[in-house]
Design a protein around this ligand. Structure first.
Ligand code: CDV
Length: 308
């Protein structure tokens, strides 16, 4: 048994006017709960430190850069790292990263229990568009503000297991999980900010949107025999609703915990990494069953091209 008591720390809405300090205080309050419940590992959402700013169209790069972090930890986030170290809890959270060379990424990091950053992931699948779109009720400008991630999908050893990260839209792509599955991943963590309404399909109901979210995460878990921990930033941000539905999913694809609110909320579960072994050595024993001679198109072709 390799049990990692894992807390998914969902954040409620963060308004444009909220300061990093206010957000970090809320994160620490959730970490206090996780510590009281015996957590080894705590996972926060995508772009945890700010409102989901890609919904806003901005032309002034100096204004855009105010949403980004140039240091991690920086002065405002150091107290979170200190608290996690005090508690001996490994943490993972997302933020907008501005590198010293001036590159912008939608990033997640993971620390070990001593508070050291031991892994970094930069979002690969950036949804949305790069120019103002007047046909939408609200914008989704991730392609404008971020570069596609340049680190691939690394899997790393920590907490006695094999861990990997992805971010929000990545969870909808089977390639995301499979590339980590091929590195033996035992727990995939991800944060998300998903609007409760589809700006291009207003009649799509919230239940359908939650269904697609659960379907993507549960199939990724099952087909790769890995835990998946998916954590929302939820609630109404400056008039724009984001759904909750943070999940802890076992390697059989079953949901073992799910949040019930769109506020700051913890769910927690003792995740036994050894529970991955059965799936990885039977139906999803890749080495025995995969037929890579038929998978060439996956990396040769991006868009669908139907036959003549
Ligand atoms: N932050 C995201 O990547 N959100 C997307 C929305 C745009 C659909 C998602 O896949 O949830």
């Amino acid at each position: 048994m390799r049990e990692i008591v894992t807390a998914a720390l969902q954040m409620g809405p963060i308004q444009k006017a909220d300061s990093r300090r206010q957000v970090v205080d809320r994160m620490i309050a959730l970490l206090d709960q996780a510590h009281a419940a015996g957590a080894d590992f705590a996972v926060f959402p995508e772009l945890t430190l700010t409102t989901f700013f890609p919904r806003w169209y901005m032309e002034d790069q100096a204004e855009v850069d105010t949403w980004f972090e140039t240091q991690m930890p920086g002065p405002e986030t150091q107290p979170l790292f200190d608290k996690a170290k005090d508690y001996g809890i490994a943490i993972s959270f997302g933020f907008a990263e501005l590198t010293p060379e001036g590159r912008h990424f939608n990033t997640s990091i993971q620390t070990d229990p001593s508070g050291e950053i031991i892994a970094r992931y930069r979002k690969v699948h950036l949804p949305g568009h790069s120019e103002y779109d007047s046909d939408r009720d609200f914008q989704h400008l991730e392609k404008r503000y971020f570069l596609p991630g340049d680190l691939g999908f690394p899997v790393y050893r920590t907490l006695g297991g094999l861990f990997g990260m992805c971010i929000c839209n990545d969870r909808r792509w089977p390639e995301t999980y499979r590339v980590m599955g091929l590195q033996g991943v035992e727990m995939v963590t991800l944060g998300f900010n998903t609007p409760s309404v589809n700006s291009q399909l207003p009649d799509e109901g919230l239940q359908d949107r939650l269904f697609h979210h659960r379907l993507s995460c549960q199939s990724g878990a099952y087909q790769n025999a890995t835990w998946v921990v998916a954590v929302a930033k939820a609630g109404v941000e400056d008039g724009h609703p984001l759904f909750g539905g943070s999940l802890i999913i076992d390697p059989n694809g079953k949901i073992v915990a799910e949040t019930q609110t769109e506020e700051d909320e913890m769910i927690i579960h003792p995740c036994d990494l050894d529970a991955c072994t059965f799936g990885k050595t039977t139906i999803f024993d890749f080495k025995r069953h995969r037929r890579i001679e038929h998978y060439g198109l996956i990396t040769q072709r991006t868009g669908a091209e139907p036959p003549e």
